[in-house]
Design a protein around this ligand. Structure first.
Ligand SMILES: *Cc1c(COP(=O)(O)O)cnc(C)c1O
Length: 387
């Protein structure tokens, strides 16, 4: 089955639900068993059995199954947010005395969790140059228990060579955990690239409509129980309504992402032609330093990228952003609507320098007409010049 066919088939079984096309919203806490024997045999490691509301209902399982099949993983588990998914995945592998490697470009709240919660609990967190590639081998220590990746960084868009990093980690028997939110299960086949535990902010393109916060972890077979048991131990569960919404959004991820990629490329190429723009940071563009890896490892690009302005005072950057009418100013991405923020990358780096020669603006390109978006950015540049 090709992936677009799979998108419309996976995670539903009308014959089991009176012919209904979609798996309905099942709500429950208690599940009643026919006898004591089946009640006492309810637990164990089969997490895809309905046993108690917290561990999932057919609605949860439908979402998880669709995502896992699309990505080519063994199984998936939903979490209440993308950040919760990252936190529980890290905690599943790390204990006091262990060492974690994470890229300097890592999602800022992930870094905050590492710095404020892992480090004080005697877990050593070492940030590495995201472009390290096979050089990761030299950073691996006897107590390294996980290598974390994120490709590309969601503000700076440095593309990581995940297969090279994974090969080095696997030679030492170390699992690779990756935040694959940008690639999505639709454009990035994590497990074929060496990822063991793939973590998504499904809030973004998977749900896709800026109306639900949800995470999902997909693993290969080897790592499934380590992760799934940790999710159970930490007491995480997700409302069936949120899983329903996320799966409803996921059905159209193909058309949305393909269209948004085309829109993003059009806007990005136009930006490259602007005198006020120094550089566009988008691995999908020919000439981007990460383009070759992107082309090798991904089947498409998310519509999220940054661009660097020529040196400009803060007031002019603010004038640019504030003049935009179609681009919203706000966090998150992956919805149907366009967004713009200033990416203050230099504030977070600790082992690499970030000095691209001007202020960095991050855009999320939605499903609007790209000509209208370009006209909106023209408005921004006019305001920048006037300020
Ligand atoms: C948004 C985001 C997350 C966190 O997702 P939430 O659902 O908002 O918690 C994690 N990683 C990346 C790269 C993100 O952009």
């Amino acid at each position: 089955m090709k992936k677009d066919t799979l998108l419309s088939r996976a995670g539903r079984d009308p014959a089991r639900h009176q012919g209904m096309v979609n798996t309905p919203v099942f709500r429950t806490s208690t599940v009643i068993f026919p006898d004591l024997e089946s009640y006492e045999g309810r637990g164990g490691d089969d997490y895809k059995k309905v046993r108690y509301g917290l561990s999932g209902t057919p609605t949860t399982f439908a979402f998880e199954e669709a995502v896992a099949r699309m990505e080519g993983g063994h199984a998936a588990v939903a979490l209440p947010s993308g950040l919760a998914a990252i936190v529980v995945a890290l905690c599943a592998y790390l204990k006091a005395g262990d060492h974690l490697l994470a890229p300097d470009s890592v999602y800022t709240p992930t870094r905050a969790f590492c710095d404020r919660h892992l480090k004080p609990n005697n877990i050593e967190v070492e940030y590495y140059d995201p472009l390290i590639g096979a050089g990761i081998e030299k950073r691996i220590r006897a107590n390294t228990r996980a290598v974390f990746c994120e490709a590309p960084g969601s503000l700076s868009f440095e593309m990581q060579d995940i297969p090279a990093i994974a090969a080095a980690a696997h030679r030492r028997g170390i699992p690779v955990l990756a935040d694959t939110t940008w690639g999505t299960p639709y454009f990035f086949r994590s497990f074929e690239k060496g990822v063991d535990v793939s973590i998504h902010a499904a809030t973004k393109y998977i749900a896709g409509h800026s109306d639900v916060v949800i995470g999902v972890i997909v693993t290969n077979e080897t790592h499934w129980l380590t992760v799934r048991r940790a999710v159970a131990d930490y007491g995480y569960g997700v409302s069936p309504d949120d899983c329903y919404l996320a799966l409803r959004g996921f059905r159209t991820i193909g058309v949305r992402m393909n269209q948004q990629m085309q829109n993003a490329l059009q806007v990005a190429r136009w930006l490259q032609s602007r005198p006020q723009v120094r550089r566009v940071l988008y691995p999908a563009l020919e000439g981007d330093p990460g383009h070759a890896i992107w082309k090798r490892d991904f089947t498409g690009a998310a519509s999220l990228f940054s661009f660097v302005l020529q040196p400009a005072a803060e007031a002019r950057v603010a004038a640019f952003i504030n003049a935009l009418e179609l681009f919203g100013i706000g966090s998150s991405w992956g919805g149907f609507e366009s967004l713009a923020i200033v990416a203050r990358i230099e504030r977070y780096r600790t082992v690499t320098q970030w000095d691209p020669g001007g202020p960095t603006i991050r855009l999320h390109i939605g499903l609007e007409d790209p000509g209208d978006l370009i006209a909106d950015l023209e408005r921004g540049f006019a305001a920048l010049e006037k300020a």
